[in-house]
Design a protein around this ligand. Structure first.
Ligand SMILES: [Zn+2]
Length: 296
C-alpha cells in the first residue's frame, strides 16, 4: 500500500472551514509543536496521590479509539511500583504533564535503565511512546479539558461546532507522543470538529492505534491513501484530482468512485519537523512491510 505520495490540499471538495484549518497548518512556517504558547502558561502541579489507574473511558475520552495500550498500562504500573518503593508520590509540573521533584530523579534512572535493556529499536520506540503518553495522561488529569486539551479555565469547547466531513474522506492524525495533550496542539481540532471516526487520532509508536490505522489503509487500498508531507518536488493536487486520477485508471475504479463507498484516506503528520521525519520514515517502512507480506 502506498503511503509516500506527497500531497498538498487545494480542498475543492472540502468545506471552507476545513480548507481554512488545513491552509493554516500548511502555511505556518513552524510545525504545530513549536508554536508559541497562546494559552495559560502558569505552572500547574498535579499530584496523583496513588490514584494512577487509567480507565478505558478516560483513555478514549481524550480522543483515542483503541483499547487501552498494553504498554501504557505497564508503564503506569511501573510508576506505581516506584511510588511504593521510594515512598514519594508521582509529581507533575509545567503544562505538559512532565514529572518533577524527587520522583522525577528516581524515575529518570529507572526508565533510562529499562530503555537501554530493550533489545531492538521497535521495542525502544514503543516504550518511549508509552512512557510519554502515560505521563501526559496522569499529569493532565483534572487539569486539561479532555475534548479541547486546554486547561479547564481556557476551555473553548462551547465555541466549537461539530461539522460533518464528507463520508468518502477520512483523516488520520498521526501524532508524535510529545504532542499528545499538548495545549497548543491544533491538529486535534480536526478530531473534535469532525468526530474521531472521520478524523482519527493515531499516536506514533502506540501499536494498538497504529494497527487500527494500517488495517483501515489496507482495506482502502493503495490508491486511496495519501500522506500530507512537505516535499519541494510535490505536485499540488486537489481532492477532486485524486478522484479523477483514480477513476481514470480503469472502468471498475470509475464505477467504484461514482457508485461505491471507497474512502480516501489522508494521513496528516503532527509533530515538529525533526520528529515528523522519523514518523514519515515509519510510514514508509510500514508500507514496505505490507508489500513484502503481499508478495509472500
Ligand atoms: Zn474544552
Amino acid at each position: 500500500m502506498a503511503m509516500a505520495r506527497p500531497f498538498i490540499f487545494k480542498a475543492c471538495l472540502l468545506s471552507a472551514e476545513t480548507a481554512n484549518l488545513l491552509k493554516k497548518n500548511r502555511m505556518d512556517p513552524k510545525p504545530f509543536s513549536e508554536k508559541d504558547q497562546f494559552f495559560s502558561t502558569k505552572a500547574e502541579k498535579v499530584t496523583t496521590n496513588g490514584a494512577a489507574n487509567i480507565s478505558l473511558q478516560e483513555w478514549q475520552g481524550w480522543g483515542a479509539i483503541s483499547p487501552l495500550p498494553a504498554m501504557v498500562i505497564e508503564v503506569i504500573q511501573d510508576l506505581k511500583l516506584l511510588e511504593k518503593d521510594i515512598g514519594a508520590h508521582l509529581d507533575f509540573g509545567g503544562n505538559h504533564g512532565k514529572l518533577q521533584g524527587d520522583f522525577k530523579v528516581q524515575e529518570d534512572k529507572k526508565h533510562r535503565a529499562k530503555f537501554q535493556s530493550l533489545g531492538n529499536s521497535e521495542k525502544k520506540l514503543q516504550f518511549f511512546s508509552a512512557r510519554q503518553i502515560a505521563c501526559r495522561l496522569l499529569g493532565s488529569r483534572g487539569y486539561l479539558c479532555q475534548k479541547c486539551w486546554l486547561p479547564m479555565e481556557d476551555c473553548m469547547c462551547s465555541r466549537l461546532l461539530p461539522f460533518p466531513l464528507w463520508h468518502r474522506i477520512r483523516f488520520w492524525l498521526y501524532m508524535h507522543p510529545k504532542d499528545f495533550l499538548r495545549q497548543n496542539n491544533t491538529g486535534k481540532l480536526l478530531c473534535q470538529v469532525f468526530g474521531t471516526h472521520a478524523a482519527t487520532l493515531c499516536l506514533f509508536g502506540i501499536s494498538e492505534l497504529e494497527e487500527i490505522m494500517w488495517s483501515a489503509l489496507n482495506f482502502s487500498g493503495r490508491r486511496n491513501v495519501w500522506c500530507l508531507y512537505p516535499n519541494k518536488n510535490a505536485m499540488p493536487m486537489s481532492v477532486q484530482d485524486t478522484f479523477i486520477q483514480n477513476s481514470s485508471r480503469d472502468h471498475q475504479s470509475e464505477q467504484n468512485s461514482v457508485l461505491g463507498d471507497e474512502r480516501i484516506n489522508f494521513i496528516l503528520i503532527d509533530g515538529t519537523w525533526s520528529n515528523s521525519q522519523a514518523m514519515f520514515k515509519r510510514l514508509k517502512m510500514g508500507d514496505k512491510k505490507k508489500e513484502k507480506r503481499k508478495e509472500i
